[in-house]
Structure formats: structure tokens, C-alpha cells
Design a protein around this ligand. Structure first.
Ligand SMILES: *Cc1c(COP(=O)(O)O)cnc(C)c1O
Length: 351
């Protein structure tokens, strides 16, 4: 059987299945409800033309990196662009993590940390968040001291809990960790705090960002890493030559040139408050504070609520089978219309 030939590390893996579910309001994947900026939309023909799709894309995304460097207050030597930050996590593992190296990451958190470190054959050491889903910094530091990991991954704000790590705590971790420290800032724009400015001070710090969330380009797959130029060189050694396609590079550049997304981010933050306040008025659930564009909510029976919401046309994220989050749902903040409808449905379901 072909299965006998598969690498040991991958045996027992399930496909990362994201079923396509019809719904009226898609609130499951932390995407933005907004489309492309109008100017980009009106310019699409020019943008596609300038992308010269008969040629291979720029392998090092030069223009896009210059723009991202400007956005991050750094230089192009400090920026690496990937086919989504997912790909960069994979590239990071390929560059730095050997079989049996130790990788430390929080749980619950973004599921791809585990997937890619398992593919690398690493020894995964998961550090649980506290009961209120805040980071257990002492435990992370203990774990680093015991296991001397090759890589420590922190997700800030954390997906799917929305909780954050203070800058001081990240610095504490950077000081004790002799390996790589990855800080995944996928939701940076909603949070507002960053450690990008520390890349000059800590040479093994890698900050991950993405244009999939606040910038609304999930379908184009553009993520980036910010780190010192030596780390960026290591990533370039193992990446596929043409990892980011020309259309994605060109549209990402145009969207960034249209300016910051502050207004859209403010809208979502305001809606986050609207949703959280509304949820607090409904009994039989617990909602957690979040610094991202989603809220984590616990129920007595999350699967029942999930199915009832779906019947009413609202798709949220469930964590069926998860040890910690089996009774939680994660709802992505949407438009006022979507959020109001979500609240109305929940009230009907939970009476
Ligand atoms: C969504 C998300 C990503 C993936 O972003 P892409 O750039 O779309 O691959 C990475 N990390 C976290 C924590 C996320 O929530």
C-alpha cells in the first residue's frame, strides 16, 4: 500500500479539511467583510497588465518588500514575503528545525504550528494557557530552561482566544531563549502593539505578519516575516523560487499604496465592543476579552449552538474534539448587519 511509503512523521495525519458550507454570514475564518479598496478595484486591469503574467514573478518580491518595510519602519533586507504566513511557518521549520529538535508553542493556539513542526519531525512541547486563556509566561520560561528548544512560537494576539502577551513578557522570553523566537502578529492591526522594533536588538526574533486579516487579502496568500537580514537569508535558502505569484504581489502593493486600514480596523473594533456588550446580556454563555477581530465564546453545549446557528445561516468556527475548547465557538467580527443577526439568533437559540 502506498501508505506504507509515507514518512513516519506524517503517518496518522488527517487532511486539513475546511469544508465548504453554504451560509448567509461567514463568520468562521477571521477574514474581513470588506472588499478591495475602490482605487485598486478600478485599476485592476492596469495592475494585472503590469504583473506580466507571461513572465515568472519577481522571486524576491522587491517592490512589495520595499512597501512592507516602509509600513514596518525597517528596510527591505529585513523583510521576507511568503505565500501566506502559513508558508513562512513551513519555511521557518525547513530552515531551522531538524528531526527531534524541540519546538515550543502555546495551546490552544493556531493549529498550523503543530502541523508543521510535526512534519519536520520535531518534538512538540505544548505550553497550556491559563484557565482564563492568558499566557503562562513563567511556564513558558520554565519550559525553555528545561528543553532548550530550537524554536519558540508565540501568537500575539493569540488565535483563537484573542488574549495577548505584554511586550515586557516577550522580552523576558527573548532573553532566556537561545533558539529562535517567532512572534506571530497576524492580528497586529487590531491590537496595535508590536515587537517589530526589537529585531535589531534580538537577532533570533522573527515577527510574522499577514495581509489576510486586517488587509483583507486572504484569497491572495500574502504573508511576511520581519527579522534581521541573516535570518532572512536563511529563509531565502529554502523557499521555492517563485513562491508569491505576480498578481498577488501587484494587488498587495496597490492595496498598501492605498494607505493604512485604520478606518476599517476602527469599524471592526467598534463592532467587537457592540458584539461583546450584546453577548454579555445573553445568559448561558461566557465571552472572553479579545484584541483581535474575533471573540471566543463558551457554551454549555457548543455543538448544539453551532448547528442551530448554521440552520439560521450563520457559520462560526467550532473546536469539536479539542480537549480544551470543545465547548467554545469563535465568531469573527463582521458588519453591523451580520453582528446584529448573530446576536438575534443566539438569543433565540439560548432562551
Ligand atoms: C490566519 C492566521 C495565519 C495565517 O495567515 P495566512 O497569511 O493567511 O497564511 C497565521 N497565524 C495566525 C495566528 C492566524 O490566525
Amino acid at each position: 500500500m502506498i501508505y506504507d511509503l509515507i514518512r513516519d512523521e506524517i503517518k496518522g495525519f488527517k487532511n486539513y479539511e475546511v469544508p465548504t458550507i453554504e451560509c448567509m454570514y461567514k463568520m468562521d475564518a477571521n477574514e474581513t467583510p470588506f472588499g478591495l479598496p475602490e482605487a485598486t478595484m478600478n485599476n485592476l486591469q492596469e495592475i494585472v497588465k503590469s504583473a506580466n503574467v507571461n513572465r515568472y514573478p519577481d522571486p524576491v518580491s522587491l517592490k512589495l518588500r520595499d512597501k512592507l518595510a516602509e509600513y514596518c519602519g525597517t528596510t527591505r533586507e529585513n523583510i521576507f514575503v511568503g505565500n501566506g504566513s502559513d508558508e513562512i511557518i513551513h519555511i521557518l521549520m525547513n530552515a531551522f528545525v531538524s528531526k527531534n529538535d524541540c519546538v515550543v508553542y502555546p495551546v490552544p493556539s493556531f493549529s498550523m504550528y503543530k502541523v508543521y513542526s510535526q512534519i519536520a519531525g520535531a518534538k512538540n512541547v505544548e505550553v497550556a494557557l491559563k484557565d482564563d486563556y492568558s499566557y503562562n509566561v513563567d511556564e513558558i520560561i520554565n519550559t525553555i530552561n528545561i528543553f532548550n528548544p530550537k524554536m519558540v512560537i508565540l501568537c500575539n494576539p493569540n488565535n483563537p482566544t484573542g488574549t495577548t502577551l505584554d511586550r515586557d513578557d516577550i522580552v523576558k522570553i527573548l532573553k532566556v531563549n537561545d533558539g529562535i523566537t517567532v512572534v506571530d502578529e497576524a492580528y497586529y492591526e487590531f491590537y496595535g502593539d508590536t515587537v517589530v522594533d526589537l529585531i535589531g536588538k534580538f537577532e533570533r526574533l522573527i515577527v510574522l505578519r499577514t495581509l489576510s486579516k486586517a488587509y483583507g487579502l486572504a484569497g491572495l496568500r500574502v504573508g511576511y516575516a520581519v527579522s534581521n537580514s541573516d535570518v532572512i537569508s536563511c529563509l531565502n535558502m529554502v523557499k521555492s523560487p517563485y513562491n508569491v505569484n505576480s498578481i498577488s504581489q501587484a494587488i498587495a502593493l496597490s492595496v498598501l499604496e492605498e494607505g493604512r486600514v485604520d478606518e476599517k480596523v476602527d469599524y471592526i473594533k467598534n463592532e467587537r465592543k457592540f458584539l461583546q456588550d450584546g453577548l454579555k446580556e445573553i445568559g448561558n454563555l461566557k465571552v472572553y476579552d479579545s484584541k483581535a477581530n474575533f471573540l471566543l465564546i463558551e457554551f454549555d453545549d457548543a455543538y448544539y449552538v453551532y448547528n442551530k446557528l448554521l440552520e439560521k445561516g450563520v457559520l462560526v468556527r467550532n473546536f469539536l474534539g479539542d480537549k480544551i475548547l470543545s465547548n467554545a465557538l469563535r465568531v469573527t467580527i463582521g458588519t453591523r448587519e451580520a453582528n446584529s443577526y448573530f446576536l438575534k439568533c443566539l438569543k433565540e437559540i439560548l432562551v
